[in-house]
Design a protein around this ligand. Structure first.
Ligand SMILES: C[S@@+](CC[C@H](N)C(=O)[O-])C[C@H]1O[C@@H](n2cnc3c(N)ncnc32)[C@H](O)[C@@H]1O
Length: 316
């Protein structure tokens, strides 16, 4: 059994080495601008693609890597075993609260939101309907709530609301009714086929994409995590420290944009400088190599350095 698990992990690690491309890598390096000796906190370290390049530049031993996915953590422990990294298995909200309580501060913070390509490619994680599998969609395999529970236990009203709010699908009512009528729904392909009935003849993108996104956001409390964490990230930055956030859908990006705007507006109380007036997006070449980069948006801020004791003293 242990040997089987080891073999599976080895296969996964090889796959990651082959397929994993960190998004907006050059842009992350431009906006975080890592310098020798900088401390670094990566709150969605994944497979360490961004982290590797940043650590190459900082050569610092103050590195904290966080991820809520156990497979990512196992991979990170192996990849960075020669470096003195602190590697934490946790969601980023809990990790950020703990780091703040411990009075930790960083020069550089990166948050690359959402799922990894491995989540989407590994059929048994149930994020994708490109192959048939059980409905799961948990980034953290130890949590209780799964996509199966949402699909088979939520009432019609809750399902419709979820698909409308998090999936932004105008046919949310019809999809919710179809789900209820076709229960029990036991697999990703079955769910995708049911959702497709609400959009007969539609071929542009698969009609189930939005419903899958909605369920995934709910199962992993993606928006709740982001909203509660943003104010803590500002506090975890050292003066002049930089924070970059990459998001993949409009609901996340809006949250980041509004938070940055509020705290980086040119007024008396502002604590940050906005480094990106508009979201930074991937160029055609990157999108051709890595189609997932198409929806990536990067926004970044730097913490203002204000002398302690001044009229608008900001001590972090
Ligand atoms: C897009 S991947 C990050 C890839 C990474 N930047 C790299 O270069 O390898 C997103 C990662 O964030 C993790 N993640 C997403 N939401 C999280 C959360 N709330 N707390 C901790 N990790 C999270 C996922 O498990 C996934 O491994």
């Amino acid at each position: 059994m242990a040997l089987q698990k080891q073999k599976r992990m080895k296969k996964i690690h090889q796959e990651i080495n082959n397929i994993h491309t960190p998004v907006l890598l050059d842009e992350v390096l431009e906006y975080l601008d890592p310098q020798l000796g900088n401390s670094y906190l990566d709150l969605t370290a994944g497979y360490g693609g961004h982290a590797e390049r940043i650590i190459e530049r900082t050569k610092s031993s103050e590195i904290t890597l966080v991820d809520r996915d156990l497979e990512a953590i196992t991979y990170l422990r192996d990849k960075f075993k020669s470096k003195s990294c602190e590697i934490i298995h946790s969601d980023f909200l809990a990790a950020s609260i703990n780091l703040q309580n411990a009075n930790r501060r960083y020069d550089l913070i990166l948050v690359d939101l959402g799922v990894s390509s491995l989540h989407l490619n590994e059929a048994n994680r149930g994020f994708s309907f490109l192959s048939d599998n059980k409905l799961d969609m948990r980034m953290d395999q130890t949590q209780e709530l799964t996509a199966d529970y949402v699909v088979n236990k939520y009432n019609q009203h809750k399902l419709a609301q979820l698909i409308k709010e998090y999936g932004e699908d105008p046919k949310s009512q019809r999809i919710a009714r179809l789900i209820i009528e076709n229960r029990p729904i036991k697999s990703t392909l079955q769910l995708a086929q049911i959702v497709k009935k609400a959009w007969p003849g539609y071929t542009k993108t698969h009609p189930a994409t939005k419903t899958f996104q909605a369920i995934r956001i709910l199962v992993n409390d993606e928006l709740g995590q982001l909203e509660a964490s943003l104010p803590i990230w500002g506090k975890l930055l050292k003066p002049e420290g930089r924070l970059a956030v990459i998001s993949f859908h409009s609901l996340e990006d809006r949250m980041v944009k509004n938070y940055f705007k509020k705290n980086a507006s040119a007024n008396y109380d502002s604590t940050m400088n906005l480094l990106t007036k508009n979201p930074v997006i991937a160029g055609k070449t990157e999108i051709a190599i890595n189609p997932r980069a198409r929806s990536a948006k990067l926004r970044a801020v730097a913490k203002i350095k204000i002398k302690k004791g001044g009229a608008n003293a900001y001590t972090g």
